[in-house]
Ligand binder design. Structure first.
Ligand SMILES: NC(=O)c1ccc[n+]([C@@H]2O[C@H](COP(=O)([O-])OP(=O)(O)OC[C@H]3O[C@@H](n4cnc5c(N)ncnc54)[C@H](O)[C@@H]3O)[C@@H](O)[C@H]2O)c1
Length: 310
C-alpha cells in the first residue's frame, strides 16, 4: 500500500497549513482536493479542484493518486454560520464526511484523520475536559460534529477503516485567514473601536495553528492513535477578559465595554494527556503565544495600511 495522503479541504485555513508543512517533509505525494483549489502539481503536492460530493471525481483522484490516508478538513467551522444555515452545516459537517468515508471504503484506504471540535462537549460541569466526558453540545455545529464522529465510528466498525478524531479547541495563528476572537479584537482595536465583551470570564483553550498542524501530521498512520478521540488544545484556560487585556497592552488606547452574557460564563479547556501520550505533541502556552500573535497581527495590519497608501 502507498503512503499517499489526500487532504480534502486542503485549501482552507487549517488544511493549507497542513499541506504546506507536509510538503516540506520527505513524505510521498500530498493530494489536495478542494472546491477552491486549482489543478496543478508543485513538487510532491498535486492539487485538484473538486467537490467532495462529486463522488466520481473524488474516486478517480483517489485511485489515480493511490491515496491510502485521508485528512478531511471540509467543514463549516463558524458556530454562528451553522446556526444561520443548518442545511449548509449538515452538508459540510456531516454529509461531506460520509462522502469521504464512502470513497475510502471503495478504494480500500487505510486511515482517516478528522477535525472535530471542543463544541461537542458543550455544557460542561468542570472546565477541564478529557475525552471521556459525556458530550452535551449546545449548538447545531457541535451536534453535527458529534453526528460526524458517530458516522466515522460506524465505518470503522463495519468496514475496518482506521480513524482518528481530533477534537480541536480554539485555533489562532493566521491573522489573514482566521475569524476567531483574538483576530476580531485586534481588528476592532486597529479601527479604534471598543472591544465589546459579553461576559468575559469564560475560559477558552487557545491553541496555536502550528501545534494543530503538528497534531494532524503526527496522527497520520500512527497506530497508537487509531480509533481514538484526542483533544487538541494547549491545556490552559484563558479568559476572554484576559485576551482583551493582552490586546489592550498592545493597543493602549483601546476601550473595553462589558455586557452581560446571555449564555452564562461557562469555561472549557482541554485535558491534553492523550495528545501528549499518543501523539507526542505539546502545544505552546497561550499566555506566551497569544501576546506574540497579537504583535504579529499588528505588524500585518500596519503593512497592509502602508501598502494601501503606497
Ligand atoms: N478553525 C477552527 O478554529 C476549527 C476548530 C475546530 C475544528 N475545526 C474544523 O476544522 C475543519 C477546517 O476548518 P477551517 O477553519 O480550516 O475551515 P475552512 O473553511 O478554512 O476550510 C474548509 C475548506 O473546505 C473546502 N470545501 C468546502 N466545501 C467543499 C466541498 N464540497 N468539497 C471540497 N472542498 C470543500 C473550502 O473551500 C475550504 O478550503 C472544519 O471541519 C472545522 O469544523 C476548525
Amino acid at each position: 500500500m502507498t503512503e499517499n495522503i489526500l487532504v480534502a479541504g486542503g485549501a482552507g485555513f487549517i488544511g493549507s497549513h497542513i499541506v504546506e508543512t507536509l510538503a516540506k517533509t520527505a513524505l510521498p505525494r500530498i493530494v489536495v482536493y478542494d472546491v477552491n483549489a486549482t489543478d496543478k502539481r508543485v513538487g510532491n503536492v498535486v492539487s485538484f479542484k473538486g467537490d467532495v460530493f462529486d463522488s466520481d471525481r473524488l474516486l478517480n483522484v483517489m485511485r489515480k493518486e493511490e491515496v491510502s490516508k485521508v485528512i478531511s478538513m471540509v467543514g463549516l467551522a463558524s458556530i454562528s454560520d451553522c446556526r444561520k444555515n443548518p442545511n449548509r452545516s449538515f452538508s459540510l459537517n456531516v454529509s461531506s464526511v460520509h462522502s469521504v468515508l464512502e470513497a475510502m471504503r471503495i478504494v480500500d484506504a487505510e486511515h482517516l484523520v478528522f477535525p472535530s471540535t471542543a463544541a461537542v462537549y458543550g455544557d460542561v460541569v468542570e472546565p477541564e475536559v478529557d475525552e471521556g466526558v459525556e458530550p452535551r453540545p449546545t449548538n447545531i455545529y457541535g451536534w453535527h460534529k458529534l453526528a460526524a464522529e458517530s458516522l466515522i465510528r460506524g465505518y470503522a466498525e463495519d468496514y475496518g477503516i482506521s480513524t482518528t478524531v481530533l477534537r480541536v479547541f480554539n485555533v489562532y495563528g493566521d491573522f489573514l485567514m482566521e475569524q476567531g476572537v483574538i483576530s476580531a479584537f485586534v481588528r476592532m482595536a486597529f479601527e479604534g473601536k471598543p472591544l465589546v465583551i459579553n461576559g468575559g470570564g469564560q475560559l477558552r483553550d487557545f491553541v496555536h495553528l502550528n501545534d494543530v498542524v503538528d497534531a494532524f501530521i503526527k496522527s497520520l498512520g500512527n497506530v497508537a492513535a487509531y480509533h481514538k478521540v484526542i483533544n487538541v488544545g494547549s491545556g490552559v484556560g484563558l479568559s476572554i477578559n484576559k485576551v482583551a487585556k493582552m490586546v489592550c497592552e498592545s493597543f493602549p488606547r483601546t476601550e473595553v465595554v462589558h455586557k452581560s452574557s446571555q449564555n452564562g460564563e461557562y469555561g472549557i479547556f482541554a485535558d491534553v494527556s492523550e495528545m501528549r501520550n499518543l501523539l507526542g505533541c505539546k502545544a505552546m502556552d497561550p499566555r506566551v503565544g497569544v501576546p506574540r500573535f497579537i504583535e504579529k497581527c499588528k505588524l500585518t495590519e500596519k503593512r497592509k495600511l502602508l501598502m494601501a497608501s503606497a
